[in-house]
Design a protein around this ligand. Structure first.
Ligand code: FEO
Ligand code: CA
Ligand code: CA
Length: 565
């Protein structure tokens, strides 16, 4: 489209005056806090410079006419694009297996993945289900919780079944995507499935000498490994099983035997082998894992980037001891069990080692490497890790190996809209222990986006950003101008570099998650998570997406089509 029209659309979508009005109190608050160190935001604000490009600067045309922000209870897409619901809560993925609640990460793996194919019309979807809604699943309300009602075991088990990882086949038939029954692949790995504990903390005293965990939970985002497995991040595990639990979805009351230390890990699953046992990779550390992005270093090591999604927590990377073998899938099977874990030091542009044997400071404060891994968030600060503003997704730009990180926000540190940071490792090698970094894009009035979360790259190298303004803040005060949570495309080079173009607006109180393209780039799968999350009255929900009428809101995974191949 004509560039002038495009400009008008972009700058119309956010009225600067509206934003200033809604954040009028900010200046006074900032002045009052000026004497206190503002932490990571200060570092971000001082990073104005741009890194030297490591790939050619190319112009990226915008492949759609951007939409405007919306408060409608709809999934809105640009002209020429449409969505198909693949599965929604209430559907099954096999005869006796229900589709989970609150879908988050979604991966598409073509059915011919292991023979080097690129089938973009037949594959597996691997979908994380982060947490249940006690209200919509069990009609168990916040009031019940406050009044001390204890869920029955049946209620807890129902919630556990709707949490975890779903794997199922999808096919595009006559131009339309469909869920496909397939007993060879379709399965649910949920909060009741036995999961093997693997790696340096497995069997340790901190894990009560156990080799198996009782299920997986809090599965947020994830990643596909170069060897064809899927990684799932266990994020807010404390909401279910911590002793200071204050959430109405706690499961402690009916599962007294839980072991808190069995959660908060990265889980690895082989979606193509239905009989394979999922494993928790404890060598990668225990924290509120958002996702994992893996690159292969120049020497052939697998390097896994990870974020701890909590205010003032850190970014990590793990370098495997053994080399990745592109020719023998089996050899990579347990590659994530041996290696070194590091934490990012953004002050000194260094990766700091988290090895009990090699760091005096860790020896003085912990009992063993297992102790360090279980209590990663404490060890990381002692080892020189930088407290960040809630690291969400981390993705590697396939065009130049630079590493993009969403720092979603940290309102306690005056960071309300978040930012996206780009790291370039020294020598452009994932194994390097030194790096440079820049602020690639900042949320707020100028960019039009707020609270970046999931990231993905398309085949043209554009970055796609899915936003997550929390339900307690959305459409209120300083977040009001951004309206419902949405999805933006941001070119990483060319004249539109760093500018956000609005592609999708989600239904009321939802978060758009996932965002994964088929190999040919023609379809993007998106999870619509927690529509109507602010509902307090089951009979009067704040959203009725996607079925409308008298129905309650239902999280769903959708296929968005209309992209040119
Ligand atoms: Fe589950 Fe960090 O979002
Ligand atoms: Ca997320
Ligand atoms: Ca989130």
């Amino acid at each position: 489209m004509n560039e002038n029209n495009l400009d008008k659309l972009i700058y119309k979508k956010l009225s600067r005056r509206e934003l200033l009005k809604s954040s009028g109190r900010t200046a006074a608050v900032l002045a009052a806090c000026a004497v206190f160190p503002s932490g990571f935001i200060e570092l971000l604000n001082n990073r104005k410079g741009s890194l030297k490009a490591v790939s050619p600067d190319k112009y990226s045309p915008i492949p759609f006419k951007p939409i405007l922000p919306s408060t409608e209870d709809k999934l809105i897409l640009p002209e020429g694009f449409e969505y198909t619901i693949i599965r929604k809560w209430g559907d099954n993925i096999s005869d006796d297996t229900p589709y989970g609640f609150n879908n988050d990460y979604v991966a598409y793996m073509q059915i011919d993945y292991h023979t080097g194919g690129n089938n973009s019309e037949d594959g597996l979807l691997i979908v994380n289900h982060e947490y249940p809604s006690p209200l919509f699943i069990n009609k168990y309300s916040d009031e019940d919780f406050k009044n001390g009602r204890i869920k029955t075991k049946e209620e807890t088990d129902r919630e556990r079944k709707f949490t975890g990882i779903n794997i199922f086949r999808v096919k595009k038939i006559d131009g339309k995507w469909e869920f496909t029954e397939d007993i060879n692949f379709n399965r649910s790995i949920n909060a009741m499935t036995p999961i093997k504990l693997s790696g340096k903390a497995a069997g340790a005293e901190e894990l009560k000498f156990k080799d198996y965990a009782d299920g997986t939970l809090a599965n947020c985002s994830g990643g596909i490994t170069p060897w064809g497995t899927v990684l799932s991040g266990e994020e807010n595990f404390q909401d279910h099983y911590s002793s200071d639990n204050v959430w109405e979805y706690r499961w402690n009351d009916t599962n007294k035997d839980f072991i808190n230390e069995h959660y908060g890990w990265v889980v690895e699953v082989d979606p193509f082998d239905k009989n394979s046992i999922p494993k928790k990779r404890t060598s990668l550390g225990r924290f509120r894992h958002e996702n994992v992005a893996i690159g292969i270093s120049k020497r052939g090591k697998a390097v896994a980037y990870m974020g701890d999604d909590k205010v003032n927590e850190c970014v990590y990377k793990f370098i495997t001891k053994n080399n990745y073998d592109p020719k023998d899938k089996k050899k990579n099977e347990d590659i994530l069990d041996e290696g070194d874990l590091y934490v990012a030091d953004f002050l000194n542009n260094k990766w700091q080692l988290l090895d009990f044997e090699k760091r005096e400071v860790l020896k003085n404060n912990f009992r063993s490497q297992a102790d360090v891994l279980v209590n990663c968030d404490k060890a990381s600060k002692l080892a020189g890790g930088t407290e960040c503003n809630r690291p969400e997704d981390i993705e590697i730009n396939p065009a130049d190996n630079s590493v993009f990180i969403s720092f979603t926000n940290n309102s306690g540190k005056e960071d309300y809209f978040g930012s996206i940071v780009r790291i370039v490792e020294n020598e452009n090698d994932f194994e390097s222990l030194n790096f440079e970094w820049e602020v690639f894009a900042k949320g707020g009035a100028d960019s039009g986006f707020s609270c970046p979360d999931n990231l993905t790259f398309d085949n043209d190298g554009n970055l796609w950003v899915l936003c997550d303004i929390s339900t307690s803040k959305i459409n209120k005060d300083r977040q009001k101008p951004f309206k419902n949570n949405s999805l933006f495309m941001i070119p990483v080079s060319g004249e539109n570099k760093g500018r956000a173009f609005l592609f999708a607006s989600g239904p009321v109180e939802c978060e758009l998650c996932g965002g994964t393209f088929t190999p040919d780039g023609s379809t993007m799968f998106i999870s619509v998570q927690h529509p109507g999350e602010g509902t307090v009255d089951y009979d009067n929900p704040t959203s009725r997406w996607p079925m409308y009428g008298d129905d309650i809101p239902r999280p769903a995974v959708v296929a968005v089509t209309g992209f040119k191949k």
